[in-house]
Every structure is written in structure tokens, then in C-alpha cells.
Design a protein around this ligand. Structure first.
Ligand code: NAP
Length: 475
């Protein structure tokens, strides 16, 4: 496969000639080397995106739509090879990788459909003096920065709406998972994306490369998915040129189980909310709050299911939980669990890092976790479920909101009125009631508080790449 930079429709080496290695998280072995884009390459990509902008913005929406639709078809046709690639460089189990390819491709299909639903508004000014016309125009050149945990879906969730809106883009993928991004570039080119409309610049000096692009006045939008820590840095940089930003940042999802819930359904939902992607998801349930009368039974049932999961290399068909992405991630999970155990928690299953190669951590359930334990404050990003008990609805809401994050929350209850009440009281951009999975290309995905700004997916996702222009008119 192509491993160079993709700029102006061509595969080119880095101007420095530099390359960096990509590793298999199951073994730590090198699987490929990729061109290491620098500041000059990033600016060349901005040149290409700026040059391609006017023609792409003027292309009929139907043309933009059909390109995206072809990209959807190609991704679907090549789903199994893409899934293998994701699994190889990210480590996730093949079933998770297949799920990601389907989810990722759906963003192309959804935004192919949205591309031809462009709308504006017309009204009469309250004074009666004139008409108010609102037209929507593409924002312009967009820099898209994505994380390693969903290397395909986080890219398509941005490229789909950007292209549908008539914007041109430079994608800077995570350096742990550049291969999937390059495979997406090849698919988009084959689908008929004109040269310069999509550019991909992997880099080991992400900070410098993204800063260089944000300093370039031709860049009008930054869409970032990643940690809150890096999001804050980029928001400050984007402020310099007052660049339009969308920020999909970290999460610390509460998973609430009320005593009136269907407990088996809650355990099924917990497995999905916790273990999709081996726990490496911003939507992963991070804190389990279970009402006291059912807490022991829930912990026992969850531990039974977690301990039965098959751990192994992601590319093995039997594997249900792959390795984590790299040494830093597994070391962080290990240290959070050790901290919780030292603070008095008990590991019902799992709880210690195995020896041997690869970045593995076993599915773990912790009970008796202290309220101030760091594991309840930080994103775990691994297969660990800390359980805390509560009494009554008010305490459940207080615990759920006791975080600076606000991405998603899960609520299990047999009383729909309670479910709705609690959903409205929880500070989060998304809530699943009796569901452990909320992500859907047709729905607005995003967070409140320090989980981000803006929404991706749904109709809202398209609006992030459009500016409203108001024209006062008399006729
Ligand atoms: P990260 O460290 O913030 O990195 C995200 C991206 O930013 C990567 O491409 C990274 O490149 C780049 N980057 C790092 N430092 C940068 C800097 N100073 N300037 C510009 N770019 C920089 O996050 P991650 O570890 O890849 O991903 C995990 C995080 O993403 C978690 O916090 C998770 O919750 C969040 N996430 C959020 C959502 C959402 O929709 N809300 C979805 C998925 C993940 P390098 O790889 O080269 O460092």
C-alpha cells in the first residue's frame, strides 16, 4: 500500500526525506514505515487545498454527493481488508475493526445524502423594510486532526461533511495509525475526489505541523478529535487567526444502573459501553454507579462476562479483546488500577498486568472504589470497570455530574419517566437510556463542558463546515 504523503492528488515523499515506523501493538514489531511530513509539507498541502477550493465549492452538490457515495461503496467492498489494516496498526479485535469500517463508511453515505439537502432561509425583516436572505457557504480550507482509537471513523466523520459542504481538507492522522488514513486517501482518490480536495499528511511532529497550518491565514477551520489536553492547546492557537473550531475531546462517561433496571440488559449494555474497542473509546463507560440493592449482583454478573472474554492479538478471529495501542496506554491503565487497589478497592476479576510481549491488559472489574480515586477522574482508556454504589436518584445525578467532562452518559432503569428526568439533569452531550451504544452517523455526536465544542454527524455535522451569509435585499 501507499506510505507516502498524499498532497495535490499525488503520493510524495516528505520534503526532508524522513520516515517513521508504525508498530503492531500485539508484538511491538515494526509493520511499515511512513513518510514523516514536516512544516513545508503541511504548507504544500494547504497550497493544494486552497487551489482546489473554489472549483470544489462551485461543483454541483450532486457531483460532490456522488463522489462520497462512491467512496462509501468502495469502503464497503473493501471492508475486510480495511478491517485487517485497522486491527494490525491499532490492535483492536477484528470484530471491532469490522464494526468501525461499517460505521466509518456510513459517514460517507450519510453526508452523500446531506450534500444535496443544502438549505437557506428567507424572511421579511420585522420593520418590513427588506427581505432577510440567508445562504450557506463552505467555510474553506479545513485542517482535520484525528486520534488513533478510531482511525477510519474519526477521519470519515470529518471528511464526509467537509466535502459535502464544499470544503477542501488536510488530514493529519495520529502517528500511531497513519496507514488507515492513507488507505482512505487512496479510496477517496479512486472515488473521484479531484486533486487537492483531500490531502493527508502523517507526521511525527504533529505539534509543529498543525501549528504551521493554523498560522496560515488560508486555513479557516480546525476540526480536532483527541484529548482535552491537546484540544486546549489547539483552541489557543486557533484563537490567533480566529479560526472556526470543532472540538471532540475526552470523556468520563457515567453508567447508571437503578435498582428497577432489567439487570441482565444492564450487563449486556455495560459490556458494549465498556468493551467496544477494548475500552479505548471516548464514549467508554468510565464510572459505573449502581444502586445499592443491586450492586453486588451487577458486579458479579459483569465480572463473569468480563472474565469470559477472549484476549489475544486483534487479527486473530477468536479474539474479543485485543492489546491496547502502545506502552504508555497500558502503563496508564495499570497505574490507575494499582492506585484504586491501594485506596481500598477490590478486583473481582483482572487487576494486574500480565508479563510477556504486547500491550495487553486483562478485562477488570473493581468494587469498593474510593470516591476520590483518580480512576474515577481520568479517562481509563482500557478494559477496566470501576463500580461505586449510590442511593437514590439525586445522588446518582450528583455523582454523574461530578466531572469536568460531559460527553456521554448511560442510564439503565425500568421507569422511562425517571430515565428522561435523569437524562435531562445529566451534563452530557449524549445519553443512552437502556442502551450501551449511542454513536450513529445520523445523530449529532459531541460533548459539553470540557468534552468539546460542536457536533459531528446528523444534519448538525454538515453545519459545522458551513458559514451562514445574510443578505439584506429589496425587490
Ligand atoms: P491526542 O494525544 O490528543 O492526539 C490526537 C491527535 O492530535 C493526534 O493526531 C496527535 O498526533 C495530535 N496531536 C498531539 N499533540 C498535538 C499538538 N500539540 N498539536 C497538534 N496536534 C497534536 O489523543 P489520542 O491519544 O490520539 O486519542 C485519545 C483521546 O481522544 C482521548 O482523550 C479520547 O477521549 C479522545 N477522543 C474523543 C472523541 C470524541 O469524539 N469526543 C473520539 C475519539 C477519541 P500524534 O499521534 O502524532 O501525537
Amino acid at each position: 500500500m501507499e506510505t507516502d504523503l498524499f498532497i495535490a492528488g499525488k503520493w510524495v515523499p516528505a520534503s526532508s526525506g524522513g520516515r517513521f515506523d508504525v508498530h503492531d501493538p500485539a508484538t511491538g514489531d515494526t509493520i511499515a514505515s511512513v513518510a514523516d511530513g514536516g512544516e513545508a509539507d503541511a504548507i504544500a498541502a494547504v497550497d493544494a487545498a486552497a487551489a482546489a477550493g473554489p472549483a470544489w465549492a462551485a461543483a454541483p452538490p450532486r457531483v460532490r454527493s456522488e463522489v462520497l457515495r462512491r467512496a462509501f461503496a468502495l469502503m464497503t467492498e473493501r471492508a475486510s481488508e480495511l478491517a485487517k489494516l485497522i486491527s494490525l496498526e491499532n490492535g483492536k479485535a477484528l470484530t471491532d475493526a469490522k464494526g468501525e469500517v461499517t460505521y466509518a463508511a456510513e459517514f460517507f453515505r450519510w453526508f452523500a445524502e446531506e450534500a444535496v439537502r443544502g438549505e437557506g432561509a428567507i424572511a421579511t425583516a420585522p420593520s418590513g423594510a427588506n427581505r432577510i436572505l440567508v445562504v450557506r457557504q463552505p467555510v474553506g480550507v479545513c485542517v482535520l486532526v484525528t486520534p488513533w482509537n478510531f482511525p477510519a471513523a474519526m477521519a470519515t466523520r470529518k471528511i464526509g461533511p467537509a466535502l459535502a459542504a464544499g470544503c477542501t481538507v488536510i488530514l493529519k492522522p495520529a502517528s500511531d495509525t497513519p496507514l488507515t488514513a492513507l488507505a482512505m486517501a487512496a479510496i477517496l482518490a479512486e472515488a473521484g475526489v479531484p486533486e487537492g480536495v483531500v490531502n493527508v499528511v502523517p507526521s511525527r511532529s504533529s505539534g509543529k505541523v498543525v501549528s504551521a497550518m493554523l498560522r496560515d491565514a488560508r486555513v479557516r477551520k480546525l476540526s480536532f478529535t483527541g484529548s482535552t489536553e491537546v484540544g486546549r492547546i489547539l483552541l489557543a492557537q486557533a484563537a490567533e487567526n480566529v479560526v472556526n473550531t470543532s472540538m471532540e475531546l475526552g470523556g468520563n462517561a457515567p453508567f447508571l444502573v437503578f435498582a428497577d433496571a432489567d439487570l441482565d440488559a444492564a450487563v449486556d449494555g455495560a459490556i458494549i459501553a465498556k468493551m467496544r474497542n477494548g475500552g479505548e473509546a471516548c464514549t467508554a463507560a468510565n464510572r459505573f454507579f449502581v444502586e445499592a440493592p443491586v450492586a453486588d449482583e451487577f458486579a458479579r454478573k459483569l465480572a463473569q462476562r468480563m472474565s469470559a472474554l477472549v484476549v489475544g492479538p486483534g487479527t486473530d478471529e477468536k479474539t474479543q479483546v485485543g492489546p491496547l495501542v502502545n506502552e504508555d496506554t497500558v502503563a496508564k491503565v495499570d497505574s490507575l488500577v494499582r492506585g484504586a487497589l491501594e485506596g481500598g478497592a477490590e478486583a473481582v476479576t483482572g487487576g494486574s498486568r500480565p508479563t510477556g510481549p504486547g500491550f495487553y491488559y486483562p478485562p477488570t472489574v473493581l468494587t469498593g472504589v474510593a470516591a476520590d480515586a483518580p480512576i474515577l477522574r481520568q479517562e481509563i482508556f482500557g478494559p477496566v470497570a470501576p463500580i461505586v454504589t449510590f442511593t437514590g436518584e439525586a445522588e446518582a445525578v450528583r455523582l454523574a455530574n461530578d466531572t469536568e467532562y460531559g460527553l456521554v452518559a448511560y442510564v439503565y432503569t425500568g421507569d422511562l419517566a425517571r430515565g428522561m428526568r435523569v437524562s435531562e439533569a445529566i451534563e452530557a452531550g449524549m445519553v443512552g437510556i437502556n442502551r450501551g451504544l449511542v454513536s450513529d452517523p445520523a445523530a449529532p455526536f459531541g460533548g459539553v463542558k470540557q468534552s468539546g465544542i460542536g457536533r459531528e454527524g446528523g444534519h448538525d455535522g454538515l453545519l459545522e463546515y458551513l458559514e451562514s451569509k445574510y443578505i439584506a435585499v429589496n425587490w
